[in-house]
Design a protein around this ligand. Sequence first.
Ligand SMILES: *Cc1c(COP(=O)(O)O)cnc(C)c1O
Length: 385
Amino acid sequence: MTLAIDGGTPVRTAPWPSWPPPMDDAQRALVTAVLDSGRWGATQGGSACSDLVAAFARRSGVSHGVAVGNATLGLFAALRGLGVGPGDEVIVPAYTFVATATAVLLAGATPVIADVDVADLHLSAPAVEAALTSRTAAILPVHLAGSAADMDALNAIASRHNVAVVEDAAQAHGATYRDRPVGGLGDAGVYSFQASKAMTAGEGGLIVCRDQAAHEAIWSVCNLGRSLDGAWYGHPHVGWNLRLTEIQAALLLPWLDRLDDEIDRRNTFASAAERELAPLPVTVVPQPPGATRDSRHLLMLRLHVPFDRSFLLAAMAAEGVPLDGGYPPLGTMSALTEAGARVEPCPAAEAASREVVWVRQSMLMDDLTGATHLAEALAKVLTRA
Ligand SMILES: *Cc1c(COP(=O)(O)O)cnc(C)c1O
């Protein structure tokens, strides 16, 4: 069978679902209402941001939250609000988006890049133990691809060593760990609403936290150092304007009503893909122990045969089934090490960067013919790659 990259017939010519999905009636109505109100900013008495914060806090099983401009700033604000700063170290996983580490740098602290679990690719508890020093101030696990990190193991280390835990939930709206929502399992959790995420307003972020004092401190970081009940021109702390707009919140609030259906849809696709891929030397990267509901931001596939990565990605795109190459290990990014990041040995992240490819969330929204196309195209391309 001639590969499409060599002029053969592609497995798929139909387009994949676009992301984000088209705006629905509830979004259109709320966005229009906010636009008509003239209260576009979050300090003008509108309720979209505060309703969004309340809904996310409730869904995360905590009482507090702060809406912010994006998750990079959200992670920064959470760390800073929890007292993490210059001289401190924050342990981050080696297989994640770069912002997990650059948020630590923004807080003035040192990212310590620790390896991930060899199977599930989430921050490894033994690697965290090995990376701890007297300067460790926080652990920053990532709920990668929509599945929860092993929070019991990480929280146990954190409480033994008296360090904070900030959950990077940028990819995990609606995911659970032992049937409890992510975001509320550490000292703070941070969601992203950037354009590629499971809920998006183009950009945006949201921090949730359990503790009232932590909430006041994080809120202050995001609101120019004000105190919650203080004067407009009273600034007892140093802070910045990191706020989300009401217009963005209006796009996001109605989305919560369909998030669960969208997660189910992506999981149905993932299960079908796993069945279709069974004859091939390809497995779905498993969830960590304790992770329950996978919100399926991505479907991560591990290939168990040697392959030429750039050829595989180009050949799959030509077949009409584009895959994503995934993350290089954070420790290989010279910009991070030059900025002071410390890198622990990361063989599992290095293997992942060679062996793992991703199916994007928008493709997981397809009907199940998409799963068949994925398996057909991979079977075809693996004969050559
Ligand atoms: C997207 C993402 C971020 C950053 O989110 P922004 O809202 O784009 O700043 C951080 N961490 C992870 C794991 C992400 O996927």
